[in-house]
Write a protein that binds this ligand. Sequence first.
Ligand SMILES: NC(=O)c1ccc[n+]([C@@H]2O[C@H](COP(=O)([O-])OP(=O)(O)OC[C@H]3O[C@@H](n4cnc5c(N)ncnc54)[C@H](O)[C@@H]3O)[C@@H](O)[C@H]2O)c1
Length: 269
Amino acid sequence: MPEVGTMDLLAGKRALVIGAGSGIGAATAKLFAAQGAAVAVADINVAAAAATASAIGAGPSFGVDITDPEQVRRTVDAAAQTLGGLDIALNTPFVAAAHPDVVGLTPEQFRREWEVLAAGTLYTFQAAIPHLKAGGGGVLLTTSSALFGDYGAYAHPAIIPAYGAAKGAQEMLVKTTATLHARDGIRVCAVQPGFTLTPGAERSMAMQGIDLATFTSVAAAGLPMGAAQPEQIAEGFLFLASDYASYITGFTLLVDGGSYASHFGRMLP
Ligand SMILES: NC(=O)c1ccc[n+]([C@@H]2O[C@H](COP(=O)([O-])OP(=O)(O)OC[C@H]3O[C@@H](n4cnc5c(N)ncnc54)[C@H](O)[C@@H]3O)[C@@H](O)[C@H]2O)c1
């Protein structure tokens, strides 16, 4: 991986990352900080958020359940107050779940994915927009998925219909919010990660009865660039958050090592 720690692409920016206690969120919070941003981190796992804040070496951490709009609003307000404003808000929470097919999916299973991914994205955008507007603009970012954002559960035995529906909703929220708030100076984008080695991915595989080591070796052999490290997904967020993406909005960036191009789904076990 290239050494990008000294470029200060986000110098002077103030960022909040919700879901920063693990995986992609933790890696992105660290990269944003390494690139000069003042970063506040939040997670439902308070200790994990504090650990990320401590690894960054500065910045506040907050406990938040992204499914509760009032908690999200309080957290975003507190982060903006502590940082002296807000320029970037990113949400990355993940629910590890094993779901049956469409027919067997329960309302609770569907609601849980919907609340954490789709509603959580809406609540983050709603709470952050007034702060971004107050500062003359900014960037809203969220996390979709390379496999499910476009394909649904294309040709994959581990069908996850609720996850796919929620990811689709996140991407539509990105397009709609980008359209409605472009004149406020707010850009809105998502990243579609490919298969990324995170604690969340490991839990999710285990719940579907898939051994992570086996899956990773199949991915390494079958996907053009194998599995991703969370730091590689963070690089996509860094670009979208930076002023080098100044004319990019309503857009989802695929960061998947060629998985989509090679029909990812057909290569899985
Ligand atoms: N890992 C992959 O292969 C992969 C692939 C495509 C997309 N994604 C997406 O990337 C995002 C991050 O996934 P990850 O693999 O880093 O997961 P992860 O489980 O490693 O990290 C997710 C973090 O979100 C936090 N969280 C969970 N529920 C929350 C809630 N209600 N409120 C606040 N925080 C909450 C967790 O405590 C955890 O710290 C997710 O949206 C996931 O769908 C991951």
